[in-house]
Design a protein around this ligand. Structure first.
Ligand code: SF4
Length: 301
């Protein structure tokens, strides 16, 4: 935990990068070094959706109830930024003594380069989000922001754009959206569509991220294509649902598509949108589509 409502989590790929040289798809696609990446959330307990596939504990899981929309008094952007750098250093404790740790990467890991604002919860609920992004940029960090797009007024008034903006599109139509994403705010589908409609006004690269759940949201590729057309994103990431965390109480192992099934979906989407498949990561079961020939690269050591 960082302060009252933020958190940092050691990502599996952070560990893998330090000890076995393997890395996350964000390194493969965009040059974001896994061992210099912080995975965090400024709104750990709060979200406007209760997606079936979400790994977080939601209100009602564990028989604990809370109002996910009753927002706290927010910690300041600077407090969270400083806190997460401190916690990331703490996370590195113990790696020095691990014989498998790469010493150079270990040293570099004390100088994070990137913050993925994506861990859990809806980050646009955090009131000073734009200020937080600006604070991170001022400290020399790049940022990827992942939003469910339910709060278009927050995204359109950020002040400071992230380095790359993701909007999750995990349903091709309103019926599937209600069933799979389970919105907790009124008009969430039209709000998401509003967000998609102004996505082209962002200067930063944008991505539509679709988490694919077999048997739930992999039909109606045409519907996804229409949403892509509206948003005109730089990228589309088609990614498999992972049967982890609390999602395993809501979904079965069989709901996790194989990489080949994600790829087939991406091929269909490519045919309908004109976006080309430009990369893939079998380990993470994700396929990257873009109109660009190659994705923009960000990080350096
Ligand atoms: S929008 Fe994100 S954090 Fe919220 S329930 Fe869905 S997957 Fe979880």
């Amino acid at each position: 935990m960082v302060g009252k409502h933020s958190a940092v989590k050691r990502c599996k790929w952070f560990y893998e990068a330090l000890t076995s040289g393997r890395s996350c798809y964000k390194q493969k696609f965009y040059g974001i070094k896994s061992h210099q990446c912080i995975q965090m959330s400024p709104a750990l307990f709060y979200c406007t959706q209760q997606c079936l596939f979400c790994w977080r504990a939601q209100n009602g899981d564990l028989q604990i109830k809370w109002d996910e929309m009753k927002l706290p008094e927010w910690d300041s952007a600077e407090e969270i930024a400083q806190g997460l750098l401190k916690v990331q250093n703490k996370i590195l404790g113990g790696y020095k003594g691990n014989p498998r740790t790469d010493p150079q990467k270990f040293r570099e890991a004390f100088r994070p380069k990137h913050v993925a604002i994506s861990l859990t919860g809806e980050p646009t609920l955090y009131e000073p989000l734009g200020e937080f992004i600006r604070t991170l940029h001022a400290k020399g960090l790049t940022t990827f922001l992942v939003s469910n797009g339910n709060l278009p007024h927050k995204l359109s008034n950020l002040g400071e754009e992230p380095t790359q903006l993701y909007v999750s599109v995990c349903a091709p139509n309103e019926e599937v959206f209600r069933r799979v994403c389970r919105p907790q705010v009124a008009d969430a589908w039209s709000k998401l569509n509003e967000t998609l409609a102004f996505l082209p006004s962002f200067r930063c690269p944008t991505a539509i991220r679709s988490t694919l759940v077999k048997g739930h949201n992999m039909e109606d590729v045409e519907g996804y294509a229409k949403l892509v057309e509206k948003a005109d994103p730089t990228y589309i990431e088609a990614k498999a649902y992972m049967h982890v965390g609390f999602s395993s109480r809501r979904l079965g192992f069989d709901n996790m598509p194989k990489h080949s099934e994600v790829y087939d979906f991406a091929v269909q989407l490519s045919e309908k949108t004109g976006y080309r498949i430009v990369d893939e990561s079998k380990d993470s079961r994700v396929v990257l589509l873009s109109k660009r020939e190659k994705p923009i690269q960000f990080s350096s050591s």
